[in-house]
Write a protein that binds this ligand. Sequence first.
Ligand SMILES: [Mg+2]
Length: 228
Amino acid sequence: MEPSHAGRSPAQRWQPGETVVLRYLTRDGKPGMAWPYHVVEDRDDLLALYIPRGSTYKNWVVTPAAEGDGRPTRRLGDDLWRRDVLRLMFPGKGHSVWLFWIDDERRFSAYYINMEEPFRRTSIGFDTNDHTLDVVVTPDLEWRWKDDDEMALRVEQGVFSAEFAAEVRAEGERVIDALERRASPFSDGWEQWTPDPGWGIPALTDDWDTAPTKVWERSVWAYGDIAR
Ligand SMILES: [Mg+2]
């Protein structure tokens, strides 16, 4: 684990090469999955973060329901991240664009458009949460929706409202439009980006689960207030 960022103001910008913690918050605002990332850039219009394969992150470990006892339980445990990923995030926007490279030749293999909460700054990095729907994009910019069936199921089950699901889809459609116009960030040359060779494997800070969370201000609208 890295030393904590105790005493740091969440409003402060991060410098390239610093290590931050990116967290997905649960619907009731608690730390969930968490990853260590190298900061590539932290600008007004863009937050670029990088995680190399081999990084240890926190993932859900699900224990099936015991015989006769209702629900499965889950806890957060260590897991190994398996791909080199550059994550482009945009202040106030409900998506991020990921770039994947594979093998030692760093062959660019895909973009991935991840619908998510607009990120918030914390004392250790950034908080967001996944919005299920994704778009997978080939290096030739051929795209397809991913998990749109799961999204539809969540609406059917009342986990997501129809209004929320429609907004998430509209966000995806705006990014697909930018993709088809070959607009930013798909025209910015990020496929050729390479990490600083001096960067090692980033590690989570020891306060990854205790640093105060920053809940999305629209979470009650999006998810309802059942969990509160
Ligand atoms: Mg996703």
